[in-house]
Design a protein around this ligand. Structure first.
Ligand code: SF4
Length: 416
């Protein structure tokens, strides 16, 4: 057995150790390695990124530790070519296998789920050691536990579902009832409503399921659900299996059971007039329970069927007007927070994700100064970076849904 020393570079958020820090420390030590607080003595520096929006952390780490091997991973590991601009190794998929394989003296560069610059293909690591997976204390009375990864649905824009196989923690309910007393707060990490619902204040619910069986979610005070698009056409096109009637019924059920709801929406692809004029969320003028909207621009992630979406087709929305309309027709709606959203930020994030060379990446950095998203499109056309706008980049990743993904990418091209 071989034991290595690891140091996690992004270890704190505002001086608080994160879930990732504690999880990695646990897995590292459980495999007989050492977890260090002194980077100079480490064999490997780890950087775990949720998304490519955090890429700066990796860049800074590279600058700081020029001669130390860096292993990057986390959700952003699904885009290894980009991360490999700053890391020596990129772990694609789950992290459980890596620390076990290293303990058995395997060469890191040879591991099938480790990407190194120039490798033509890399297989996603899907192994989750559920028995090893700990419940993690993230606050004085708050705990977090991995409930599942992936989703049986395959919405076209959803990276989580395409980059993972659906796996549900078989020990979830037994461990929760054994280790987490009722008065403590538990966040189950999952796209599903899983586990002991009454221990969760906020949780994802499936709209159709909540309509059919609202009592199942009775212990949750805040229901979170994805509506994503206003038009049935776009919901159908992207594989979101809900109708207008489902949405209206869901609002009525939430009202009946006095449950606050957070609805997720994706802007930028439908005619904004549809959003301005929709009566989908209209109701009476009572003010409770609240309906909050979480609105983001449609972000065509690499590794999903929409990865080649042409960014010039995205439309800027007048959010202030839209939310004013909705709020004036339904006293329950609360949607102020979306007004400052800029399309430019989304475009920057997507072109960064599509970067494959240092030149691509430098272009994306320069574009931070662009006046608006149109200025980015103009500069890309002029300076030879249109491939970032039109989505011509492909990845070496062979994910668990690879064949279905290839078919879905082709089908999506037909839509366009
Ligand atoms: S958006 Fe939600 S329902 Fe659709 S695939 Fe992703 S997790 Fe599943």
């Amino acid at each position: 057995m071989t034991s290595y020393k690891f140091y996690l570079a992004n270890r704190y958020v505002k001086k608080i150790t994160t879930y990732t820090y504690k999880l990695l420390q646990y897995i590292v030590e459980a495999n007989g390695h050492k977890w260090l607080d002194e980077p100079e003595k480490a064999d490997f520096i780890l950087v775990s990124l949720i998304g490519t929006r955090e890429l700066n952390v990796l860049r800074t780490t590279r600058r700081k530790y020029k001669n130390k091997p860096i292993i990057a991973g986390g959700h952003a590991g699904y885009n290894p070519e980009l991360l490999a601009l700053f890391a020596d190794y990129v772990n694609v998929g789950q992290g459980f296998q890596l620390f076990s394989d290293l303990a058995f003296d395997k060469n890191i560069g040879d591991l099938p789920y480790i990407y190194t610059p120039g490798k033509r293909s890399v297989h996603t690591s899907t192994f989750i050691h559920w028995k090893l997976c700990p419940i993690i204390q993230i606050g004085e009375n708050t705990f977090s536990y991995l409930g599942s990864v992936g989703c049986e649905g395959k919405c076209a824009y959803c990276l989580t579902s395409w980059s993972n196989q659906l796996q549900i923690n078989p020990l979830l309910n037994s461990r929760i009832s054994r280790h987490i007393p009722k008065h403590l707060q538990l966040y189950v990490i999952s796209n599903y409503a899983l586990g002991d619902q009454n221990k969760r204040k906020i949780a994802d619910v499936k709209i159709k399921d909540a309509i059919a069986n609202p009592r199942k979610y009775a212990g949750i005070t805040n229901w979170r659900a994805g509506v994503e698009f206003i038009s049935p056409e776009w919901r159908r096109r992207t594989g979101k299996p809900i109708t207008d009637e489902h949405i209206r019924e869901f609002l009525a059920v939430a009202k009946k059971y006095n449950r606050q709801i957070n609805l997720f929406l994706l802007a930028g692809v439908e005619d904004p007039k549809l959003w301005l004029d929709t009566d989908l969320f209209y109701g009476d003028h009572i003010t409770k329970p609240r309906i909050n909207f979480v609105i983001n621009y449609f972000e065509p992630h690499l590794g999903t069927p929409v990865q080649n979406f042409n960014l010039t087709r995205l439309i800027e929305y007048p959010f202030r007007k839209i939310t004013y309309n909705w709020m004036s027709h339904n006293g329950r709606i609360w949607a102020w927070q979306v007004c400052d959203m800029k399309l430019k930020t989304t475009i920057l994030s997507v072109i960064t994700e599509r970067s494959r060379t240092m030149e691509d990446f430098k272009f994306t950095m320069d574009m931070k100064k662009a006046k608006d998203h149109n200025a980015i499109f103009e500069a890309a056309a002029k300076e030879g970076f249109e491939h970032l706008i039109k989505g011509k980049q492909h990845s070496a990743v062979i994910g668990p849904n690879h064949e279905a993904l290839k078919r879905a990418i082709r089908k999506w091209v037909d839509y366009e």
